[in-house]
Design a protein around this ligand. Structure first.
Ligand SMILES: [Zn+2]
Ligand SMILES: [Zn+2]
Length: 74
């Protein structure tokens, strides 16, 4: 599961699970302002910064749903 960093690595702005944030493949996390500033290239590893998918549910909710689907086949 993707680790959801709660802070921009550069400016410490809040990047909570529901906030807009950008990550590279090494999971360096930046806010949209800093990502834009770096032309969406990670300053740490020179990889592409892509928009992080937002997480709107807790991992527990999702695993419960998965179990239910397995048991009831829906
Ligand atoms: Zn930032
Ligand atoms: Zn990186």
């Amino acid at each position: 599961m993707l680790k959801m960093e709660k802070k921009c690595q550069q400016c410490q702005a809040k990047t909570d699970e529901v906030d807009l944030a950008f990550i590279c493949s090494f999971e360096c996390t930046f806010c949209s302002t800093c990502s834009d500033h770096h032309d969406f290239i990670c300053p740490n590893c020179s990889g592409e910064l892509l928009q992080r998918p937002r997480r709107t549910r807790t991992p527990l909710d999702v695993s419960l749903d998965r179990v239910k689907k397995k048991l009831f086949g829906k």
